[in-house]
Design a protein around this ligand. Structure first.
Ligand SMILES: *[C@@H]1O[C@H](CO)[C@@H](O)[C@H](O)[C@H]1NC(C)=O
Ligand SMILES: *[C@@H]1O[C@H](CO)[C@@H](O)[C@H](O)[C@H]1NC(C)=O
Ligand SMILES: *[C@@H]1O[C@H](CO)[C@@H](O)[C@H](O)[C@H]1NC(C)=O
Ligand SMILES: *[C@@H]1O[C@H](CO)[C@@H](O)[C@H](O)[C@H]1NC(C)=O
Length: 446
Protein backbone atom coordinates (compact mmCIF):
# COMPACT_ATOMS: atom_id res chain seq x y z
CA UNK A 1 0.00 0.00 0.00
CA UNK A 2 1.25 3.46 -0.76
CA UNK A 3 2.83 5.40 2.07
CA UNK A 4 0.88 8.33 3.52
CA UNK A 5 2.25 11.53 5.01
CA UNK A 6 0.89 13.39 8.03
CA UNK A 7 1.82 16.60 9.84
CA UNK A 8 2.77 16.17 13.48
CA UNK A 9 4.58 19.38 14.47
CA UNK A 10 4.47 23.13 13.73
CA UNK A 11 6.88 26.05 14.28
CA UNK A 12 6.34 29.70 13.31
CA UNK A 13 8.02 33.10 13.32
CA UNK A 14 6.11 35.96 11.66
CA UNK A 15 5.86 39.73 11.96
CA UNK A 16 2.87 39.04 14.25
CA UNK A 17 4.98 37.11 16.73
CA UNK A 18 7.43 34.36 17.52
CA UNK A 19 5.71 31.01 18.09
CA UNK A 20 2.47 29.52 16.72
CA UNK A 21 0.36 30.82 19.60
CA UNK A 22 1.19 34.52 19.16
CA UNK A 23 1.11 34.55 15.36
CA UNK A 24 -2.19 32.69 15.09
CA UNK A 25 -4.09 34.57 17.80
CA UNK A 26 -3.06 37.97 16.47
CA UNK A 27 -3.90 36.87 12.91
CA UNK A 28 -7.40 35.81 13.98
CA UNK A 29 -7.82 39.11 15.84
CA UNK A 30 -7.26 40.96 12.55
CA UNK A 31 -4.04 42.65 13.65
CA UNK A 32 -1.23 43.79 11.36
CA UNK A 33 2.50 43.15 11.76
CA UNK A 34 3.54 45.80 9.23
CA UNK A 35 5.47 48.86 10.43
CA UNK A 36 7.42 51.81 9.02
CA UNK A 37 11.04 51.32 7.96
CA UNK A 38 11.72 54.91 9.08
CA UNK A 39 11.76 53.75 12.71
CA UNK A 40 14.85 51.61 11.96
CA UNK A 41 18.34 52.90 12.72
CA UNK A 42 19.53 52.59 9.10
CA UNK A 43 19.02 55.99 7.45
CA UNK A 44 19.34 54.50 3.97
CA UNK A 45 15.68 53.43 4.20
CA UNK A 46 14.75 57.08 3.59
CA UNK A 47 15.87 56.90 -0.04
CA UNK A 48 13.71 53.90 -0.94
CA UNK A 49 10.19 54.64 -2.27
CA UNK A 50 8.54 51.92 -0.17
CA UNK A 51 8.74 52.65 3.56
CA UNK A 52 6.80 49.71 4.99
CA UNK A 53 7.87 46.19 5.95
CA UNK A 54 7.00 43.29 8.22
CA UNK A 55 9.86 42.96 10.71
CA UNK A 56 9.92 40.22 13.32
CA UNK A 57 9.79 42.00 16.69
CA UNK A 58 13.16 41.81 18.43
CA UNK A 59 12.94 41.89 22.20
CA UNK A 60 14.11 40.32 25.42
CA UNK A 61 10.84 38.52 26.12
CA UNK A 62 11.48 35.56 23.86
CA UNK A 63 8.87 33.09 22.65
CA UNK A 64 6.79 33.48 25.84
CA UNK A 65 6.14 37.10 24.86
CA UNK A 66 6.16 36.43 21.11
CA UNK A 67 9.46 38.30 20.73
CA UNK A 68 12.64 37.35 18.95
CA UNK A 69 15.66 36.94 21.20
CA UNK A 70 18.50 35.30 19.25
CA UNK A 71 20.24 33.95 22.35
CA UNK A 72 17.15 31.89 23.20
CA UNK A 73 17.72 29.72 20.11
CA UNK A 74 21.41 29.74 19.15
CA UNK A 75 24.76 29.89 20.93
CA UNK A 76 27.09 32.88 20.68
CA UNK A 77 29.30 31.11 18.17
CA UNK A 78 26.34 30.00 16.06
CA UNK A 79 25.08 33.56 16.14
CA UNK A 80 28.34 34.70 14.59
CA UNK A 81 28.65 31.88 12.07
CA UNK A 82 25.12 32.06 10.66
CA UNK A 83 22.87 34.57 9.00
CA UNK A 84 19.57 35.67 10.56
CA UNK A 85 17.57 33.40 8.25
CA UNK A 86 19.48 30.38 9.62
CA UNK A 87 18.76 31.53 13.21
CA UNK A 88 15.07 31.63 12.28
CA UNK A 89 15.35 28.19 10.66
CA UNK A 90 16.89 26.63 13.79
CA UNK A 91 14.18 28.20 15.93
CA UNK A 92 11.19 26.96 13.89
CA UNK A 93 12.76 23.50 13.53
CA UNK A 94 13.14 23.31 17.33
CA UNK A 95 9.57 24.56 17.86
CA UNK A 96 8.18 21.99 15.41
CA UNK A 97 10.19 19.06 16.83
CA UNK A 98 9.12 19.97 20.38
CA UNK A 99 5.50 20.27 19.27
CA UNK A 100 5.76 16.83 17.63
CA UNK A 101 7.49 15.45 20.74
CA UNK A 102 9.85 13.73 18.34
CA UNK A 103 13.40 12.87 19.39
CA UNK A 104 15.61 10.78 17.10
CA UNK A 105 17.43 9.04 19.93
CA UNK A 106 18.71 5.99 18.07
CA UNK A 107 21.04 5.67 15.11
CA UNK A 108 18.28 3.92 13.15
CA UNK A 109 15.86 6.82 13.70
CA UNK A 110 18.52 9.38 12.79
CA UNK A 111 19.09 7.61 9.47
CA UNK A 112 15.37 7.68 8.73
CA UNK A 113 14.97 11.42 9.48
CA UNK A 114 15.81 14.18 7.02
CA UNK A 115 15.56 17.92 6.46
CA UNK A 116 14.23 19.92 3.55
CA UNK A 117 14.61 23.61 4.26
CA UNK A 118 15.01 26.55 1.91
CA UNK A 119 15.24 30.29 1.56
CA UNK A 120 14.37 32.47 -1.41
CA UNK A 121 17.03 35.12 -1.13
CA UNK A 122 19.16 34.14 1.84
CA UNK A 123 21.72 36.34 3.48
CA UNK A 124 21.88 39.20 1.00
CA UNK A 125 23.17 41.72 3.55
CA UNK A 126 26.30 39.73 4.16
CA UNK A 127 27.06 39.51 0.49
CA UNK A 128 26.57 43.24 0.25
CA UNK A 129 28.81 44.06 3.24
CA UNK A 130 31.49 41.64 2.07
CA UNK A 131 31.53 43.21 -1.37
CA UNK A 132 31.93 46.67 0.17
CA UNK A 133 34.82 45.54 2.39
CA UNK A 134 36.51 43.81 -0.49
CA UNK A 135 36.19 46.91 -2.63
CA UNK A 136 37.61 49.18 0.12
CA UNK A 137 40.28 47.03 1.74
CA UNK A 138 40.72 43.95 -0.43
CA UNK A 139 41.37 40.25 0.24
CA UNK A 140 42.20 40.49 3.97
CA UNK A 141 38.75 41.91 4.75
CA UNK A 142 36.85 38.94 3.32
CA UNK A 143 35.60 36.77 6.19
CA UNK A 144 36.30 33.03 6.12
CA UNK A 145 32.64 32.71 7.17
CA UNK A 146 31.33 34.58 4.14
CA UNK A 147 30.63 31.53 2.01
CA UNK A 148 28.86 29.41 4.65
CA UNK A 149 26.85 32.46 5.73
CA UNK A 150 25.46 33.05 2.28
CA UNK A 151 24.83 29.51 0.95
CA UNK A 152 21.11 28.91 0.60
CA UNK A 153 21.18 25.28 1.72
CA UNK A 154 23.03 26.05 4.95
CA UNK A 155 19.93 26.11 7.15
CA UNK A 156 19.20 22.48 6.20
CA UNK A 157 22.78 21.59 7.05
CA UNK A 158 22.67 23.29 10.45
CA UNK A 159 19.38 21.63 11.42
CA UNK A 160 20.70 18.20 10.46
CA UNK A 161 23.95 18.73 12.40
CA UNK A 162 22.16 19.95 15.52
CA UNK A 163 19.93 16.86 15.73
CA UNK A 164 22.14 14.29 13.99
CA UNK A 165 19.59 13.66 11.21
CA UNK A 166 21.22 11.57 8.49
CA UNK A 167 18.34 11.08 6.06
CA UNK A 168 17.96 13.27 2.94
CA UNK A 169 19.30 16.80 3.54
CA UNK A 170 17.80 18.84 0.75
CA UNK A 171 17.17 22.46 -0.07
CA UNK A 172 14.85 24.07 -2.57
CA UNK A 173 15.10 27.63 -3.78
CA UNK A 174 12.24 28.64 -6.05
CA UNK A 175 11.70 32.28 -5.07
CA UNK A 176 8.36 32.73 -3.34
CA UNK A 177 7.32 29.10 -3.83
CA UNK A 178 10.33 27.86 -1.78
CA UNK A 179 8.49 27.12 1.48
CA UNK A 180 5.69 25.23 -0.23
CA UNK A 181 8.02 23.26 -2.49
CA UNK A 182 10.11 22.33 0.57
CA UNK A 183 7.11 20.78 2.29
CA UNK A 184 5.80 19.17 -0.89
CA UNK A 185 9.17 17.68 -1.86
CA UNK A 186 9.74 16.44 1.70
CA UNK A 187 6.38 14.67 1.57
CA UNK A 188 7.53 12.91 -1.60
CA UNK A 189 10.73 11.72 0.12
CA UNK A 190 8.57 10.08 2.76
CA UNK A 191 6.12 8.65 0.22
CA UNK A 192 8.96 7.20 -1.83
CA UNK A 193 10.58 5.64 1.23
CA UNK A 194 13.73 7.76 1.52
CA UNK A 195 12.75 8.80 5.05
CA UNK A 196 10.06 8.27 7.71
CA UNK A 197 10.31 11.74 9.24
CA UNK A 198 11.23 15.06 7.63
CA UNK A 199 11.63 18.57 9.06
CA UNK A 200 10.54 20.89 6.26
CA UNK A 201 9.99 24.59 5.72
CA UNK A 202 11.41 27.92 4.70
CA UNK A 203 12.99 31.00 6.27
CA UNK A 204 13.60 34.50 5.01
CA UNK A 205 15.29 37.49 6.67
CA UNK A 206 16.55 39.85 4.02
CA UNK A 207 14.79 43.15 4.64
CA UNK A 208 17.28 45.95 4.03
CA UNK A 209 17.39 49.21 2.10
CA UNK A 210 19.34 47.34 -0.60
CA UNK A 211 16.85 44.47 -1.09
CA UNK A 212 13.85 46.81 -0.87
CA UNK A 213 15.48 48.95 -3.57
CA UNK A 214 15.61 45.93 -5.86
CA UNK A 215 11.93 45.13 -5.40
CA UNK A 216 11.00 48.82 -5.67
CA UNK A 217 12.90 49.10 -8.96
CA UNK A 218 10.98 46.06 -10.21
CA UNK A 219 7.79 47.94 -9.21
CA UNK A 220 6.62 45.00 -7.10
CA UNK A 221 6.23 46.67 -3.71
CA UNK A 222 3.63 48.95 -2.13
CA UNK A 223 4.42 52.68 -2.11
CA UNK A 224 1.01 54.31 -1.50
CA UNK A 225 0.58 53.59 2.19
CA UNK A 226 3.88 54.82 3.64
CA UNK A 227 1.98 56.97 6.16
CA UNK A 228 -0.24 54.11 7.28
CA UNK A 229 1.92 50.97 7.27
CA UNK A 230 -0.72 48.69 8.80
CA UNK A 231 -2.94 49.36 5.75
CA UNK A 232 -0.27 48.75 3.10
CA UNK A 233 -0.79 45.03 2.46
CA UNK A 234 -4.35 44.66 1.12
CA UNK A 235 -4.89 41.57 -1.03
CA UNK A 236 -7.99 41.68 -3.27
CA UNK A 237 -8.70 45.31 -2.26
CA UNK A 238 -9.22 47.88 -5.02
CA UNK A 239 -6.49 50.13 -3.57
CA UNK A 240 -3.79 47.43 -3.46
CA UNK A 241 -0.63 48.54 -5.21
CA UNK A 242 2.14 46.07 -4.51
CA UNK A 243 3.36 43.63 -1.91
CA UNK A 244 4.93 44.42 1.47
CA UNK A 245 8.14 42.57 2.24
CA UNK A 246 8.18 40.59 5.46
CA UNK A 247 10.56 38.26 7.31
CA UNK A 248 10.01 35.08 9.27
CA UNK A 249 9.98 31.30 8.99
CA UNK A 250 7.79 28.23 9.18
CA UNK A 251 8.60 24.57 9.75
CA UNK A 252 6.56 21.40 9.96
CA UNK A 253 7.41 17.88 11.05
CA UNK A 254 6.14 15.44 8.43
CA UNK A 255 5.84 11.80 9.25
CA UNK A 256 4.83 8.58 7.58
CA UNK A 257 1.35 7.76 8.88
CA UNK A 258 2.14 4.39 10.50
CA UNK A 259 5.28 5.82 12.09
CA UNK A 260 3.20 8.58 13.68
CA UNK A 261 0.51 6.16 14.84
CA UNK A 262 3.07 3.76 16.33
CA UNK A 263 4.51 6.42 18.59
CA UNK A 264 1.09 7.88 19.46
CA UNK A 265 1.84 11.26 17.91
CA UNK A 266 -0.75 14.04 17.72
CA UNK A 267 -1.77 14.33 14.03
CA UNK A 268 -2.82 17.71 12.59
CA UNK A 269 -3.77 16.37 9.17
CA UNK A 270 -2.59 14.63 6.04
CA UNK A 271 -0.94 15.91 2.90
CA UNK A 272 -3.26 14.43 0.29
CA UNK A 273 -2.14 16.30 -2.82
CA UNK A 274 0.84 18.24 -4.14
CA UNK A 275 0.75 19.94 -7.53
CA UNK A 276 3.56 21.79 -9.30
CA UNK A 277 3.56 23.76 -12.53
CA UNK A 278 5.27 26.49 -14.51
CA UNK A 279 3.71 29.47 -16.25
CA UNK A 280 6.27 29.53 -19.10
CA UNK A 281 5.13 33.09 -19.59
CA UNK A 282 7.11 35.96 -18.04
CA UNK A 283 9.73 36.42 -15.30
CA UNK A 284 7.42 38.23 -12.89
CA UNK A 285 3.89 38.52 -14.34
CA UNK A 286 1.39 35.65 -14.32
CA UNK A 287 -0.77 34.87 -17.36
CA UNK A 288 -3.96 36.89 -16.77
CA UNK A 289 -6.27 33.92 -16.28
CA UNK A 290 -3.84 32.07 -14.05
CA UNK A 291 -3.13 29.02 -16.24
CA UNK A 292 -0.04 28.04 -14.21
CA UNK A 293 -1.61 28.09 -10.79
CA UNK A 294 -4.74 26.41 -12.17
CA UNK A 295 -2.61 23.50 -13.34
CA UNK A 296 -0.91 23.11 -9.94
CA UNK A 297 -4.25 23.32 -8.08
CA UNK A 298 -5.85 20.85 -10.44
CA UNK A 299 -3.13 18.27 -9.93
CA UNK A 300 -3.15 18.70 -6.14
CA UNK A 301 -6.92 18.18 -6.00
CA UNK A 302 -6.81 15.20 -8.41
CA UNK A 303 -4.12 13.52 -6.36
CA UNK A 304 -6.23 13.99 -3.27
CA UNK A 305 -9.00 12.03 -5.00
CA UNK A 306 -11.55 14.74 -4.25
CA UNK A 307 -13.35 17.38 -6.32
CA UNK A 308 -12.91 21.13 -6.27
CA UNK A 309 -16.25 21.61 -4.52
CA UNK A 310 -14.88 19.62 -1.58
CA UNK A 311 -12.35 22.36 -0.83
CA UNK A 312 -13.56 24.34 2.16
CA UNK A 313 -10.78 26.89 2.31
CA UNK A 314 -8.11 28.25 0.00
CA UNK A 315 -5.18 30.12 1.51
CA UNK A 316 -4.29 32.25 -1.49
CA UNK A 317 -0.82 33.26 -2.51
CA UNK A 318 -2.36 36.72 -3.27
CA UNK A 319 0.41 39.14 -2.42
CA UNK A 320 -1.56 42.38 -2.90
CA UNK A 321 -0.29 43.12 -6.42
CA UNK A 322 -2.93 44.17 -8.96
CA UNK A 323 -2.07 41.47 -11.55
CA UNK A 324 -1.13 38.56 -9.31
CA UNK A 325 -4.27 38.64 -7.16
CA UNK A 326 -6.49 38.91 -10.23
CA UNK A 327 -4.83 35.97 -12.00
CA UNK A 328 -5.08 33.74 -8.95
CA UNK A 329 -8.69 34.73 -8.40
CA UNK A 330 -9.43 33.84 -12.03
CA UNK A 331 -7.70 30.48 -11.62
CA UNK A 332 -9.61 29.64 -8.45
CA UNK A 333 -12.89 30.44 -10.18
CA UNK A 334 -11.93 28.31 -13.15
CA UNK A 335 -11.15 25.44 -10.80
CA UNK A 336 -14.23 25.74 -8.63
CA UNK A 337 -16.92 27.23 -10.83
CA UNK A 338 -16.66 26.73 -14.50
CA UNK A 339 -16.13 23.01 -14.45
CA UNK A 340 -16.11 22.63 -18.20
CA UNK A 341 -13.00 24.76 -18.60
CA UNK A 342 -10.58 23.41 -21.26
CA UNK A 343 -8.22 22.46 -18.46
CA UNK A 344 -10.79 20.51 -16.46
CA UNK A 345 -9.98 16.80 -16.17
CA UNK A 346 -12.65 14.64 -17.82
CA UNK A 347 -13.60 12.97 -14.54
CA UNK A 348 -14.74 16.35 -13.20
CA UNK A 349 -17.12 17.15 -16.05
CA UNK A 350 -20.54 17.82 -14.68
CA UNK A 351 -19.29 18.07 -11.10
CA UNK A 352 -21.25 20.05 -8.55
CA UNK A 353 -20.55 23.73 -9.04
CA UNK A 354 -20.23 26.16 -6.22
CA UNK A 355 -21.92 29.49 -5.98
CA UNK A 356 -19.07 32.05 -6.05
CA UNK A 357 -20.04 33.21 -2.55
CA UNK A 358 -19.35 29.69 -1.32
CA UNK A 359 -15.73 29.76 -2.39
CA UNK A 360 -13.76 30.65 0.72
CA UNK A 361 -10.43 32.27 0.00
CA UNK A 362 -8.28 34.43 2.19
CA UNK A 363 -4.83 35.88 1.97
CA UNK A 364 -3.01 36.08 5.28
CA UNK A 365 -0.46 38.37 3.62
CA UNK A 366 -2.71 41.31 4.56
CA UNK A 367 -1.49 40.86 8.14
CA UNK A 368 2.10 39.73 7.71
CA UNK A 369 3.14 40.88 4.23
CA UNK A 370 5.01 38.64 1.83
CA UNK A 371 7.59 36.40 3.50
CA UNK A 372 9.08 35.37 0.12
CA UNK A 373 10.85 32.01 0.59
CA UNK A 374 9.09 31.45 3.93
CA UNK A 375 5.59 32.33 2.67
CA UNK A 376 4.50 28.86 1.54
CA UNK A 377 5.60 27.22 4.79
CA UNK A 378 3.97 29.85 7.01
CA UNK A 379 0.74 29.76 4.99
CA UNK A 380 0.60 25.96 5.02
CA UNK A 381 0.74 26.20 8.82
CA UNK A 382 -2.09 28.78 8.83
CA UNK A 383 -4.13 26.39 6.66
CA UNK A 384 -3.45 23.53 9.10
CA UNK A 385 -4.57 25.73 12.00
CA UNK A 386 -7.73 26.74 10.09
CA UNK A 387 -8.63 23.04 9.84
CA UNK A 388 -7.71 22.35 13.47
CA UNK A 389 -9.68 25.27 14.96
CA UNK A 390 -12.53 25.44 12.41
CA UNK A 391 -11.92 29.09 11.59
CA UNK A 392 -10.95 30.99 8.43
CA UNK A 393 -8.24 33.60 9.04
CA UNK A 394 -9.20 37.02 7.64
CA UNK A 395 -7.82 39.01 4.73
CA UNK A 396 -7.21 42.29 6.52
CA UNK A 397 -7.49 45.74 4.90
CA UNK A 398 -10.10 44.39 2.51
CA UNK A 399 -12.35 47.45 2.61
CA UNK A 400 -13.44 47.70 -1.02
CA UNK A 401 -13.20 44.49 -2.98
CA UNK A 402 -11.71 44.89 -6.45
CA UNK A 403 -14.63 46.07 -8.62
CA UNK A 404 -13.75 43.63 -11.41
CA UNK A 405 -16.88 41.44 -11.73
CA UNK A 406 -14.68 38.34 -11.24
CA UNK A 407 -14.20 39.18 -7.55
CA UNK A 408 -17.35 37.67 -6.10
CA UNK A 409 -15.98 34.95 -3.81
CA UNK A 410 -15.88 35.08 -0.03
CA UNK A 411 -12.49 36.63 0.76
CA UNK A 412 -13.07 36.63 4.53
CA UNK A 413 -12.76 40.42 4.79
CA UNK A 414 -11.24 41.79 8.01
CA UNK A 415 -12.91 39.36 10.43
CA UNK A 416 -12.19 35.68 10.96
CA UNK A 417 -15.14 33.38 10.15
CA UNK A 418 -16.13 30.19 11.94
CA UNK A 419 -16.16 27.37 9.42
CA UNK A 420 -15.60 23.67 9.62
CA UNK A 421 -12.64 22.99 7.31
CA UNK A 422 -12.04 19.39 6.24
CA UNK A 423 -9.97 20.17 3.13
CA UNK A 424 -7.73 23.17 2.50
CA UNK A 425 -5.58 24.28 -0.42
CA UNK A 426 -2.49 26.42 -0.01
CA UNK A 427 -1.11 28.12 -3.12
CA UNK A 428 2.31 29.63 -3.78
CA UNK A 429 3.98 31.12 -6.79
CA UNK A 430 7.18 32.96 -7.53
CA UNK A 431 9.33 34.94 -9.94
CA UNK A 432 10.42 32.73 -12.79
CA UNK A 433 6.85 31.52 -13.27
CA UNK A 434 6.81 28.74 -10.69
CA UNK A 435 3.55 27.64 -9.04
CA UNK A 436 2.69 24.98 -6.47
CA UNK A 437 -0.31 23.89 -4.41
CA UNK A 438 -0.68 21.65 -1.38
CA UNK A 439 -3.97 19.95 -0.65
CA UNK A 440 -4.45 19.20 3.07
CA UNK A 441 -7.01 17.00 4.76
CA UNK A 442 -7.90 17.40 8.43
CA UNK A 443 -9.25 13.90 8.84
CA UNK A 444 -7.00 10.94 8.35
CA UNK A 445 -9.09 8.02 7.11
CA UNK A 446 -8.02 4.59 8.34
C1 LIG B 1 17.58 37.14 25.65
O1 LIG B 1 17.35 36.14 26.60
C2 LIG B 1 18.42 35.93 27.49
C3 LIG B 1 18.09 34.72 28.33
O2 LIG B 1 17.61 33.69 27.55
C4 LIG B 1 18.65 37.17 28.29
O3 LIG B 1 19.74 36.96 29.17
C5 LIG B 1 18.95 38.34 27.36
O4 LIG B 1 19.02 39.54 28.07
C6 LIG B 1 17.90 38.47 26.28
N1 LIG B 1 18.39 39.33 25.21
C7 LIG B 1 17.95 40.53 25.01
C8 LIG B 1 18.46 41.24 23.79
O5 LIG B 1 17.17 41.07 25.73
C1 LIG C 1 -17.64 28.78 2.76
O1 LIG C 1 -18.07 29.32 3.97
C2 LIG C 1 -19.44 29.53 4.05
C3 LIG C 1 -19.72 30.28 5.34
O2 LIG C 1 -19.17 29.64 6.44
C4 LIG C 1 -20.16 28.21 3.96
O3 LIG C 1 -21.57 28.41 3.98
C5 LIG C 1 -19.77 27.52 2.67
O4 LIG C 1 -20.32 26.24 2.62
C6 LIG C 1 -18.26 27.42 2.56
N1 LIG C 1 -17.89 26.84 1.29
C7 LIG C 1 -17.37 25.63 1.16
C8 LIG C 1 -17.07 25.17 -0.21
O5 LIG C 1 -17.15 24.91 2.12
C1 LIG D 1 -4.91 28.04 -5.48
O1 LIG D 1 -5.02 27.88 -6.81
C2 LIG D 1 -6.17 27.12 -7.18
C3 LIG D 1 -6.14 26.90 -8.64
O2 LIG D 1 -6.04 28.12 -9.30
C4 LIG D 1 -7.41 27.84 -6.82
O3 LIG D 1 -8.56 27.07 -7.12
C5 LIG D 1 -7.35 28.08 -5.39
O4 LIG D 1 -8.43 28.88 -5.07
C6 LIG D 1 -6.09 28.79 -5.05
N1 LIG D 1 -6.04 28.86 -3.67
C7 LIG D 1 -5.92 30.01 -3.13
C8 LIG D 1 -5.91 29.99 -1.69
O5 LIG D 1 -5.79 31.02 -3.75
C1 LIG E 1 2.34 31.44 -11.12
O1 LIG E 1 3.65 31.84 -10.81
C2 LIG E 1 4.01 33.09 -11.27
C3 LIG E 1 5.43 33.28 -11.01
O2 LIG E 1 5.86 34.41 -11.62
C4 LIG E 1 3.23 34.11 -10.53
O3 LIG E 1 3.61 35.42 -10.89
C5 LIG E 1 1.81 33.89 -10.87
O4 LIG E 1 1.04 34.78 -10.09
C6 LIG E 1 1.39 32.47 -10.60
N1 LIG E 1 0.10 32.30 -11.14
C7 LIG E 1 -0.97 32.66 -10.47
C8 LIG E 1 -2.24 32.53 -11.17
O5 LIG E 1 -0.92 33.02 -9.32
Amino acid sequence: MSRRVVITGLGLITPLGVGVKHSWSRLLAGESGITSTLTRPDKAYESVPTKVAGFVRDGPGGVEQGEWNTSEWVSKSEERRMGRYSHFALSVAEQALRDAEFVADTEALKRRTGVCFGTGIGNLDDTYDSALSFDKVGYKKVSPLMVPRLLQNMASGYISMKYGFKGPIHSVTTACTTGLHSIGDASRFIKFGDADVMVAGGAEACISPFSLSGFARAKSVSTEFNDNPAAASRPFDSARNGFVMGEGAGAVVLEELQHALDRGAKIYGEIVGYGLSGDAHHITAPPPRGDGILLSMTSAVRQAGIRPADIDYVNAHATSTPQGDAAENAAIRRLMLEGEDDETPAEWNGFKKLDPQEINISSTKGAIGHLLGAAGAVETIFSVLAMKDGVLPPTINLDNIDPNPDFTCNYVPNKAQKKDVAYALSNSSGFGGTNATLCLSRDVSM
